[in-house]
Write a protein that binds this ligand. Sequence first.
Ligand code: DP6
Length: 343
Amino acid sequence: MSTYTTAWKSPSNIALVKYWGKKPNATQIPSNASISFTLNNCATSTQLTYEEQESLEISVLLEGENEPSFVPKIEQFLKRISGVFPFVLRGKYTINTSNSFPHSSGIASSASGMSALALCICDIAMEKGLLTEDKFKETASELARLGSGSASRSIYGPMGEWGEHPDFAGSSDNFAIPYSDVADVFKDYCDTILLVHKGQKTVSSTVGHGLIDDNPYAPARFTQAQDNMTKLNAILKSGDLDAFITLVESEALTLHSLMMSSNPYFILMKPETLQVLEAIWAKREKDGVKWCFTLDAGANVHFLYPQADKAAAQAFIEEELAQYCENGAYIHDEVGAGAEKVI
Ligand code: DP6
């Protein structure tokens, strides 16, 4: 019987073309391709000790405190990935995890958390001789996808692309691929997460994905997303910020319009979310700045701006946007290099 210990730090990511909808009768296969900026500061660090034994036993510590509420999700994850690595169901896991962002910030930790866990599992598979270095990241991304679709993209920086698309060579529905051939301006783009509402979301992403199946706009959306991937690919290479702003904001609002047109319908934005968007539009109108927003499946706003504008954009946040954030809270982040091994 052997014991293995490993640790990975894996970041969160923010999609520019959104994944919203899964193919029916398949496990975690997206209805359209998606692409995201990998973040730098918002990350999950996970240390995992695995001891071989016949039965499955899991204990989880979050920020040093026992967190039994995480166990069912991890058990479900291990069951899903046991098709790839059967050994995962025979072992005792001691998982010690912590997030760089506050637990109650309303920032989804599933992308960073599931990717960190997937990387740890791949380390064990390597130690056991079941995986080789050349397939390591691809397999980690595949396992991460089975935990949470968006997690598949967090393995790579500065950007990750997930989902089959003719314009992205090597792209796959099963795992994400790195995407780095972009104009310099995008390599260190800034994202300040404006924490408009820190509480639990009323509808989880997983439930939201399911509701798209009966949405009459779904087929048009999947076509639009594939087209937007083609357009964004060209924009990211050319560095055309005006085109970037239009496409990225449209994607964000389309995501939320899909929620509003689901059955049952729901709204995750808060009044302050709209106030932030209006303030950004007014600023752009007045000063011609190239700053924009995107949204994930929640009320918080990701405020995007080039590194060269950092001082001015951050002054604008302080003066005009912070008032709409719960307790004035926001997190400065920027595009990062992807997951890294800690031990
Ligand atoms: C709006 O990856 O959280 O953030 O696969 O069910 O875990 P599951 O969903 P999840 O959905 C993310 C949705 C999104 C868009 C995106 O990240 O592409």
